[in-house]
Structure formats: C-alpha cells, structure tokens
Design a protein around this ligand. Structure first.
Ligand code: PLP
Length: 371
C-alpha cells in the first residue's frame, strides 16, 4: 500500500507505525512473564478506556475485569450470551441495523428472543423496549453505535429498563468504545464489548470486554462453547493470561494502541472524534447530501462514522461508478450493507485521522460524484 492510500472504512482503521512495529518483535511463550506483562499493559489501558470514557475523564465504574479474546467481537457477543443463557432463557434484542440483527441471531441459538425492531437507520422506541422487557427477561442486548447505519442508540434509557427488571444489559460498543462517551454506571451496562480494529485503532483479530460484578455472578461457563467459557477467561485474566494460546503479536499491538489512547487522554480523544464526525457530516451536507440515519426520537448521529444517503441518480447499480471513482483516487470508503447496498456510503473517523485527511475524504466524494 502506498503512503497516499487513505483508509476510511469503519474498521479496520489505520494504525500507527508503533502499533505495526510491535507485531514484529521476537516471539515469546504465552505462558511467560514477558507475555503476562503485555497482557497486563493491555488490561490497564482497557480498564481506562472502558471505565473513563467521558468528556471529563471521570471514572464510571470500577467493579469489572477487562479481558481479551482471540477472536473478533462477534465471538465476544456470542460468549456473553452463551455464558448467560446458554441453557435457555429470555433475551430481548434491539434491532435497527445489521449488528443489532447479528446479536439477535446469536441469541436465537441459545435462548428465546424477543426483538424490538425499527427499520435500519430509524430510532428504536424506548416505549417498545419498556413493553418487551419483563421480570422474566434474563438479558437485554443492544448495539450502542450501529455501524451499518451511523446512529447511536439510547444506552441510558435501555440500560435503565434492563436494571428495573434485574436483567443483564450487554452492550456492543464496538464502534463507540475508544471514540465516544461510555458511562457504565449511569447506563447500567453489565458487559461492554469492543473490537480491536475499530476505535481502539489496533489490528483486527482480537476483541475485548469489560465484565462487571453483576454479570460475573450470573455466568455459567459450562453452558457456553468450550473456547468461550468466560468463567475460565476471567480466572485466567486475573493472572494476565488466556486459557488457550494467546495471539501474542495482536495482544502486543493492542497494548500499544490502548497506551496511545492514554497518552492522548480519552477526554481529548472523544472531543476530537466529535469534531471530526461533525466535520464529515457538515462537509457532506454542504455538498447537498443528506445523512442516512433518522435522528427523530432518542437516537443520535454516530460520533465515529458517518452514513450518507446516495443521491437518487447514483443509487443501485449506478453507485458502482461512484465507488470506483473513489477507489481510483486511492481512498477506501464503505457502501451500505445488506439491503442498504447501493443506497448509502459510510466513512469512519475512528483512530488517528488528521484534518487534512478528513478534508481529502470529503473532496474525494465530491469529485467522484461529479464523474
Ligand atoms: N458489532 C458492531 C457494531 C460492528 O461494527 C462489528 C464489526 O463491524 C461487530 C460487532 C463485529 O464484527 P466482527 O466480529 O466481524 O469484527
């Protein structure tokens, strides 16, 4: 890849040279003191990101454990559900995009699932959630930042409903954690899940989760796939190890990436992501384009990625010419997923983008639309 290449997909996102170089260090055993030190560094950084992601940098929880899984966040989503309701139970899943739908599909394999749905890109109704969650509900799943549509779901309201019924609230924060506010206590989040290759700006292949006490007490590792037994992962995480062979280079890269976040300061990072997503959004609006998600209701625009509706004349098959023209300019953006293919485009501002890169992204889209 040449230096001019600009990666604006919502994950994997660009990583720093230091992160890349950390993966080229000599191999060590995953049972060595050297590896434990790497895991501990990554855990310290993850504790910081999971619990202090606020604009004021204040702590929002301290009763959990950060652990890292060899596998992307889909594995983390499955692990959470399977350890909580692997032998059956009641799950309420919120679905207004592809990843909300994925969470519900995972839960279908283990439990009885009630879906609270809205069209992709539309607000979920908090009243519908309140109606669906009962005292029999074991788990509520929600995607905080819906990557497929560029909207932010109402974590505080949903978490409160889960807590009122003593259900465990499992939040997929894959494209918000590390780039936006996360308030574990205020939002009653019991398990928060993220991926390395998104707002943490590490390479893909591992995921991380923060498991709080209320969830840890309810885990039944034996009901989960052997590899995903979270009781076991938590026990090993206490001594900075994984139950099975760790993806050593990826753990090293993650440790460096989360230390970068600490150096920037999470509050500065969140503020920067907010500025940069607003710059993308306003830049596209100034070109006469419309945002795809509908923020009437409790949803908001994502602060880490921007989804824009393609103008009518370049929708469907005609969108190919547009995406090719973007690619010809050495910029990588994403289209819509599933039925949104040919309807929208998406750009990410997760990680380390500069203002010049944001401007180039906006200019490239404008030029590609003129072709
Ligand atoms: N959840 C969300 C919101 C995502 O954006 C993604 C990845 O794009 C995932 C979960 C996990 O996907 P994967 O396991 O393919 O990394």
């Amino acid at each position: 890849m040449d230096e001019d290449f600009l990666l604006l997909n919502p994950g994997p996102v660009p990583v720093t040279d230091e992160v890349l170089q950390s993966m080229a260090e000599p191999m060590v055993s995953h049972r060595s003191a050297e590896f434990e030190a790497v895991y501990e560094r990554a855990q310290d950084g993850l504790d910081y990101v999971f619990t202090q992601s606020t604009l004021s940098g204040e702590s929002t929880a301290d009763d959990g454990t950060s652990l890292i899984l060899n596998g992307t966040a889909t594995m983390g989503m499955e692990a959470a559900v399977a350890n909580l309701v692997g032998d059956g139970g009641e799950v309420v899943s919120l679905v207004n995009g592809k990843f909300g739908r994925r969470f519900a599909r995972i839960a279908d394999r283990y439990a009885s699932v009630t879906r609270v749905e809205a069209d992709w890109g539309e607000s979920l109704s908090v009243d519908d959630v309140a109606e669906a969650v009962t005292d029999d509900t074991d788990v509520v799943t929600m995607v905080h930042n819906e990557t497929s549509t560029g909207l932010l779901n109402p974590a505080k309201e949903v978490g409160q409903i889960a807590a009122d019924h003593d259900a465990v609230f499992v939040m997929d924060g894959v494209t918000s954690i590390g780039g936006d506010e996360i308030r574990l206590d205020d939002w009653n989040v019991d398990i928060a899940i993220t991926d390395a290759q998104k707002a943490l700006a590490a390479p893909p292949g591992v995921s991380a989760m923060y498991v709080r006490e209320r969830a840890a007490e309810r885990l039944d590792g034996e009901s989960a796939p052997f590899y995903e037994d979270l009781d076991w992962h938590l026990r090993k995480a206490d001594s900075h190890q994984t139950p099975f062979t760790s993806a050593v280079p990826l753990f090293r890269a993650l440790a460096v990436a989360v230390e970068d976040i600490e150096s920037e300061g999470i509050e500065n990072r969140i503020a920067r992501h907010r500025r940069q997503s607003a710059a993308f959004r306003e830049g596209f609006h100034a070109m006469g384009l419309d945002s795809f998600p509908n923020t009437d209701g409790p949803t908001q625009f994502s602060n880490t990625l921007t989804a824009i509706a393609l103008p009518e004349e370049i929708r469907g098959d005609s969108s190919e010419k547009f995406f090719d023209a973007v690619k010809d300019r050495n910029v990588s953006i994403s289209g819509g997923q599933a039925h949104l293919g040919g309807e929208i485009f998406r750009v990410s501002n997760m990680g380390h983008l500069t203002s010049e890169q944001i401007l180039r992204g906006i200019r490239t889209v404008g030029e590609a639309m003129q072709e």
